[in-house]
Design a protein around this ligand. Structure first.
Ligand SMILES: Cc1ncc(COP(=O)(O)O)c(C=O)c1O
Length: 394
């Protein structure tokens, strides 16, 4: 459970979730505790442990209910999110699914941002449709939300900034609207990773992250988290326990190990991405660069007000190129790997799907777009790599 005294994310990332033993010597890191069976001294000890499950002190009863390495990671995420409680899941997408299952019921309606991580659309068609939970998509900037709220609306699901084009949305304003109408506000906080953006402080009830991305940071482990305020902890924990959800201590250890350097990595991702973004902005073949830290970005004022920095993700739109030219551009790159995901230490490039990823925005007439994840390489060498890409356009 979270402590009350506020500390900076940089300090929490280093100090929280450390080895909790006592004695004259201590390892810096918590051990990897592999566990299915737990042995108790007698039946009363088992009963006491069962009574404590989900309570303020954690109780180790059986591997399916968590393990000490995962508990240490939960402590770090609680601190980062400013949350009362956190549950961990095998992937970020599983965290979204379990969050929906924990808080939505048949007959209810959820409003999902048009800027949502695309596989959530498939999740909606598969899971929400199957359980008769209705959904609609709202504009990435939230401008049409009031007109879409129905009598059975239960939740607004936001992602700030949005996937692919990084549109900002006024979360405190959404929170005011939700509170007035008794709606839940849930946010995908993978972009901000608890360092750059803190949805629970801005009025959200639920914040979830793909820890696979920046928190893990090394492209070698998958995990998701859902963090909630005190009022919503019982519902989240109950569903998590009921469905037998847990994460392995080895994976929890890897995420913890990545988390220790998160703040330093993000600062360098931002510096490198800004360098690349400014260079792209002045390039004659670029129509626009989507990066909220740029003063020209439509979300810049909200970013400045609500965020504590930016990361390595940006997208840009070409002026007039066809698909074959985009293919040639990407083929000419040697430092940007072609791959999904982001948040690791390495640079990546992927094409933005302009047909299957938006319901409200119309991108069909826009120029073709690439998304870059700017990694920790030398930014001038990344720019030289991109120059080779532009040269290949012919
Ligand atoms: C914004 C966002 N949320 C959630 C996810 C899902 O995370 P995972 O890949 O761990 O399932 C992703 C993955 O790319 C993402 O970009």
């Amino acid at each position: 459970m979270s402590q009350e005294k506020p500390r900076s994310a940089a300090t929490d990332l280093v100090q929280a979730g450390r080895f909790a033993g006592s004695g004259d010597w201590l390892p810096v890191n918590p051990p990897i505790t592999r566990v299915s069976t737990v042995l108790f001294k007698d039946l009363e000890a088992i009963r006491a442990a069962e009574r404590a499950v989900g309570g303020p002190t954690r109780s180790l009863t059986y591997g399916a209910n968590g393990n000490p390495t995962a508990f240490a990671l939960e402590d770090v995420i609680n601190r980062l999110e400013g949350a009362h409680g956190t549950c961990l899941y095998a992937t970020g997408l599983a965290a979204v699914a379990q969050m929906f299952q924990s808080f939505l019921r048949p007959g209810e309606h959820v409003l999902i941002t048009d800027a949502v991580y695309t596989p959530v659309r498939r999740l909606a068609r598969t899971l929400l449709d199957a359980f008769d939970i209705e959904y609609d998509y709202y504009a990435a900037d939230g401008s049409d939300i009031e007109s879409l709220i129905k009598p059975n609306t239960r939740m607004i699901y936001a992602e700030v900034p949005g996937s692919l084009a990084f549109e900002m949305c006024d979360l405190p304003a959404l929170s005011t609207l939700c509170k007035a109408r008794g709606l839940l506000l849930a946010v995908d906080n993978s972009w901000g990773s608890g360092v750059l953006y803190r949805p629970l402080e801005l009025g959200a009830d639920i914040s979830l992250m793909a820890l696979t991305k920046y928190v893990g940071g090394h492209s070698d482990v998958m995990m998701g988290s859902v963090s909630v305020t005190e009022a919503h902890w019982p519902a989240l924990k109950k569903m998590c326990t009921a469905v037998g959800n847990t994460v392995s201590p080895d994976d929890a250890y890897l995420i913890l190990r990545g988390a220790r350097s998160l703040s330093a990595r993000l600062a360098m991702h931002q510096a490198n991405a800004m360098h690349v973004a400014l260079w792209l902005q002045q390039h004659p073949q670029v129509a626009r660069v989507m990066y909220p830290a740029l003063p020209e970005d439509p979300g810049h004022a909200l970013w400045k007000r609500d965020c504590h920095g930016c990361n390595g993700l940006l997208s840009f739109e070409f002026k007039a190129v066809d698909q074959a030219q985009v293919d040639d551009f990407v083929k000419a790159l040697t430092l940007f790997g072609v791959g999904y995901s982001w948040g690791g230490y390495e640079s990546l490039v992927t094409q933005v799907d302009q047909h299957g990823t938006r319901s409200v925005a119309d991108w069909s007439k826009a120029g073709l777009m690439l998304r870059l994840h700017v990694g920790l390489e030398d930014p001038d060498e990344l720019i030289a790599d991109l120059s080779n890409g532009f040269a290949a356009l012919g």
